[in-house]
Design a protein around this ligand. Structure first.
Ligand SMILES: C=C(O[C@@H]1C=C(C(=O)O)C=C[C@H]1O)C(=O)O
Length: 491
C-alpha cells in the first residue's frame, strides 16, 4: 500500500515536471514576473497558475484529503459549480474586522498579482472561500470556533474546479521579496505533484465510525421554557419573529475523516449547497438549501426560505405535505416576514427588484420549505461583501427586527452559533460570488461533532412542534454520521 502510493507520488512528480515543461514558457514568464515584482516592490505578490485539466474525481480527492491540511469544498444545488481547495496560500481572518477589510486586502493582493489564465475574463479565478460568524459581537475565544473567529477566508494553494463542463486546476503561491525563480518553480512543481496524487491515489480503508455518545445540549423542558419566553416577547410586541436553535454533541470511536464525510454528503444531499470549511483542525460542513446571495455582474439573486414541513416517505405524502404548507397561515406568516425584510433591504441597494408574491416549495430529501426566489440589479458602488454583511442575518436565521433579536438570542440560547446560520461561500477576482446560509451543518474537531438546527418562532408557534421541526433539520447531518434516522434518541 505504502510503496504503491509512493511510486504514484514519484510518477506524479514526473508527470508534473513534464506537464510544467509543456507549459514552460508561460509559467517561466509568470514566475520571473512575480519574483521581479516582489523584489521591486518589497511586497508579497500573488502568483496564480490556472490550467485546464482533463478529469477531476472530486470524491476521490476528498477521500484522499490529508487530515491535517486546511481545505474547503463547494457544490451548488444545480451541480453547475463544484470546487475544492487544499492547503492555504493566504488567510484573511480576524485581523480585518470588517467585510471591507477582506475586500480591501484581497483587492490589494490582486492589484499586483501575476495571474496566468487563458480564460481570465470568464473564470474569475483565483477565488477566496470562507464566511462570517453568525453574530460578530459573540466572543469565540475558548470555544470550538476560536480558529474561525468572526470571519475567515482562505486562498488555497491548490484548487480543483468544475464549472459547467470546464475543469481547471489553480495553483496559488505567495512570492516574497527574497524568493528566487528556483524556489518558486520548486514550490509550483511540488504543488502540482500533490494535486495529481490526490486525484489518482486509490482509496484507503478506515475503521468503521461508531457513535460512542450522543447528547442534546438542551433538554425538551428547557427548550419549551426558552420558546415560551420568545413567544411572550412576540405577544408583548418586543419583536415579531425570532429563530432559536439547539445543538447535539456526538462523540465517536475515532477521529472523523472530514473528506470521507464530504464524499458521502455529495450523494446524500443533492439539490443543496454542499460546503466545507476546514481550518487548523476545525471543520464546518453541511448541506444547505438556502441561498443568501449570488452575484454575477450586477445581477443579484437571493431567496426567502422559511416555513418548514416534512418531506414524507412517499411521493404522495410529499405532495400532500407541500400542499398543507402552502396553505398554512403560521408558516406563510413566518415566510412573509423573511421575504419582506430581504426585499425591503435590497430595494435600498438595488434596482429592478423581481419576485413573486406567491411562495413555491423547495423540496429536499428530509424537509420541504416555502421558497421565494428574488432577483435584483445591484446599484453601482456597492461591494458584494458589504452587501452580504448587510443582508445577514435575514429573519430566517435571526429574527425581526434583526438587531434586537440577535441580542436576545445571544442572551437566551445556550450555544455559540459560530458559523452556524451565517454566510458561507466564495468571492472571486471579478467581484462575483455566492453565499449560502450555513445551516443543516456541523462543526467537528477530532472525535467530536456538534450539530445545529434552528427554527423560526412566531406568536402561534408550539414549542413541541418546533422540537420536532428541529429534529427534522438534524436529519441530514445525523444520517451522514450514522445516527438514528428519526432522532428518537432525544424524544
Ligand atoms: C434555522 C434553520 O432553518 C431556517 C429556518 C426555517 C424555518 O423556521 O422554517 C427554514 C429554513 C431556514 O431558513 C436550520 O435549518 O437550522
Amino acid at each position: 500500500m505504502r510503496s504503491n502510493s509512493f511510486s504514484l507520488f514519484i510518477w506524479s512528480i514526473y508527470i508534473g515536471a513534464i506537464y510544467l515543461m509543456k507549459l514552460a514558457n508561460k509559467v517561466t514568464e509568470s514566475i520571473k514576473q512575480a519574483v521581479e515584482q516582489a523584489r521591486k516592490t518589497e511586497n508579497a505578490v500573488l502568483l496564480s497558475i490556472i490550467t485546464p485539466i482533463e478529469e477531476i474525481n472530486f470524491p476521490k480527492v476528498l477521500i484522499n484529503l490529508p487530515q491535517t491540511e486546511d481545505a474547503f469544498y463547494w457544490q451548488t444545488p444545480d451541480d453547475s459549480l463544484e470546487f475544492t481547495g487544499i492547503k492555504t496560500a493566504a488567510v484573511f481572518n480576524e485581523k480585518m474586522m470588517s467585510a471591507t477589510g477582506v475586500q480591501q486586502e484581497w483587492s490589494q493582493l490582486l492589484k499586483d498579482a501575476v495571474i496566468s489564465d487563458q480564460d481570465k475574463a470568464n473564470s474569475g479565478l483565483p477565488l477566496l472561500f470562507g464566511g462570517f460568524s453568525f453574530d460578530d459581537k459573540a466572543e469565540t475565544t475558548g470555544t470550538i470556533w476560536s480558529v474561525f473567529g468572526k470571519q475567515l477566508f482562505l486562498l488555497p494553494e491548490l484548487m480543483f474546479m468544475r464549472k459547467e463542463k470546464l475543469n481547471t486546476l489553480t495553483i496559488n503561491c505567495i512570492v516574497q521579496a527574497d524568493d528566487t525563480f528556483m524556489s518558486i518553480e520548486k514550490k509550483l512543481n511540488n504543488s502540482y505533484a500533490q494535486a495529481m496524487t490526490l486525484n489518482i491515489t486509490s482509496e484507503k480503508e478506515r475503521t468503521p465510525l461508531i457513535i460512542k455518545k450522543i447528547e442534546d445540549l438542551i433538554t425538551p423542558t428547557d427548550w419549551d421554557k426558552m420558546l415560551n419566553k420568545g413567544i411572550e416577547h412576540i405577544e408583548a410586541g418586543v419583536f415579531m419573529k425570532v429563530v432559536l436553535a439547539r445543538q447535539k454533541e456526538i462523540v465517536f470511536n475515532r477521529s472523523l475523516h472530514i473528506g470521507e464525510l464530504m464524499a458521502a454528503l455529495l450523494l446524500q444531499q443533492p439539490n443543496c449547497y454542499r460546503y466545507l470549511l476546514r481550518y487548523q483542525g476545525t471543520s464546518f460542513l453541511g448541506a444547505s438549501p438556502e441561498r443568501l446571495l449570488y452575484k454575477e455582474g450586477q445581477s443579484i439573486y437571493s431567496a426567502g426560505v422559511a416555513g418548514s414541513i416534512a418531506a414524507g416517505k412517499t411521493e404522495e405524502q410529499r405532495q400532500m405535505y407541500a400542499d398543507e404548507l402552502l396553505a398554512d397561515p403560521k408558516n406563510l406568516h413566518e415566510h412573509e416576514i423573511v421575504v419582506s425584510m430581504i426585499t425591503n433591504k435590497l430595494a435600498g441597494l438595488c434596482h429592478d427588484l423581481n419576485y413573486s408574491s406567491q411562495p413555491q416549495i423547495l423540496s429536499n430529501r428530509d424537509i420541504q420549505h416555502l421558497y421565494t426566489p428574488i432577483k435584483a440589479e445591484l446599484n453601482s458602488g456597492m461591494s458584494f461583501l458589504t452587501l452580504v454583511k448587510q443582508m445577514h442575518p435575514t429573519p430566517a436565521l435571526g429574527g425581526f427586527p434583526s438587531k434586537k433579536t440577535v441580542e436576545w438570542i445571544a442572551k437566551e440560547e445556550p450555544l455559540i452559533r459560530g458559523f452556524f446560520g451565517a454566510p458561507i461561500g466564495w468571492y472571486d477576482s471579478n467581484e462575483n460570488g455566492e453565499f449560502a446560509v450555513g445551516i443543516r451543518s456541523l462543526a467537528a474537531q477530532e472525535k467530536t461533532a456538534r450539530l445545529f438546527a434552528g427554527c423560526g418562532i412566531v406568536a402561534d408557534s408550539v414549542p413541541e412542534n418546533e422540537w420536532h421541526e428541529t429534529a427534522m433539520k438534524f436529519q441530514p447531518m445525523l444520517r451522514l454520521l450514522g445516527g438514528t434516522d428519526n432522532d428518537t434518541a432525544s424524544n
